[in-house]
Design a protein around this ligand. Structure first.
Ligand SMILES: Nc1ncnc2c1ncn2[C@@H]1O[C@H](COP(=O)(O)OP(=O)(O)OP(=O)(O)O)[C@@H](O)[C@H]1O
Length: 284
């Protein structure tokens, strides 16, 4: 396996007046080029912390993270982040919001025409050409989120980082954007890491689902390898026994096996659906 993003013995401790808080410990994970990895776990276990470490927004207390053989020492255009609250500048149009990011990254190499073409093509990719001159307040939540995705994709990042990108959306819009993300990731071969609370979303989109134990001192409890053919169709998957088994494996982890591995007799605690999947449970 080509290791593209490497996370080695990573730990994160936050210091405050009340003392140290160990959020993550002993995180080891390799992600290959073009892979879609989801991070799932109970609220507060450290999913966003791990994503922020890959983004370079935070620095690990222990261990090292690498992207394409280079140590991650801060944020960079090779790793673009899509947040839940889309964070668009309200006084700029959709086009201008994307253009601003494109200009920051490519202005040294591209002409203004090329910068505009990049911006337009990213907005096209998410189906927003018709709304490009609208302000954020004039478009829906789902459309705002698509602008956020366009802005990230326009940077042609090596890794797309998504922090609960569809968490604030209604279920129909969410399903629509998941399908769009499936299509975009397939057509651009982007490596993606997504934080989610949604088990169905994780199974639908991922090649692997990384399940974190509860904090404090959360770590990787288990990983489910999702061997479902692509392109994936959400309706067809409803009748797929493997889909149901992957779903059951993740749900059972979240319900029963969320404690730190040291506190679990992991394999003995497996319920039937997970036993059926034991060949699919991968190691980091
Ligand atoms: N800057 C910080 N200082 C102190 N503690 C922090 C800081 N950032 C996060 N934490 C703590 O680290 C733990 C992990 O937080 P994190 O936001 O990564 O969890 P999460 O799994 O993404 O949660 P959620 O699913 O609710 O979004 C939490 O207990 C949180 O309170």
């Amino acid at each position: 396996m080509e290791k593209f993003v490497r996370i080695e013995y990573v730990g994160q401790t936050f210091s405050s007046k009340k003392g140290d808080f160990v959020a993550l410990r002993d995180i080891n994970l390799n992600i290959r080029k073009g892979e879609f990895v989801s991070l799932i776990g109970h609220s507060g276990c450290g999913k966003s912390t791990l994503l922020n470490l890959i983004a370079g927004i935070a620095t690990p207390t222990t261990g090292v993270l690498l992207c394409g053989e280079k140590e991650i020492k801060g944020p960079g255009p090779d790793r673009a982040v899509v947040f839940q609250n889309h964070s668009l500048l309200p006084w700029l149009t959709c086009f201008q919001n994307v253009y601003l990011a494109v200009e920051r990254v490519f202005s040294r190499t591209d002409t203004v025409g090329q910068l505009k073409a990049r911006t337009a093509s990213a907005l096209n990719l998410v189906g927003l050409r018709h709304a490009q001159h609208k302000l954020p307040k004039e478009i829906s939540g789902g459309m705002k989120q698509r602008v956020g995705i366009a802005r990230a994709l326009a940077l042609e990042p090596k890794v797309l980082l998504l922090d609960e990108p569809f968490g604030a959306l209604d279920s129909l819009t969410r399903a629509h954007l998941q399908d769009e993300l499936l299509r975009i990731v397939a057509s651009t071969s982007t490596t993606a890491v997504m934080v989610t609370h949604d088990v169905d979303e994780a199974v639908l989109l991922s090649d692997r689902i990384v399940m974190l134990t509860n904090g404090p001192a959360a770590t990787i409890g288990d990983i489910v390898q999702v061997d479902l053919d692509r392109p994936r169709n959400r309706l067809a998957l409803l009748d797929d026994a493997r889909y149901a088994a992957y779903r059951a494996a993740v749900l059972s982890f979240l319900h029963q096996r969320h404690r730190h591995p040291d506190q679990n007799t992991v394999r003995n605690a497996l319920p039937d659906p997970q036993e059926a999947l034991s060949s699919s449970v991968a190691q980091p």
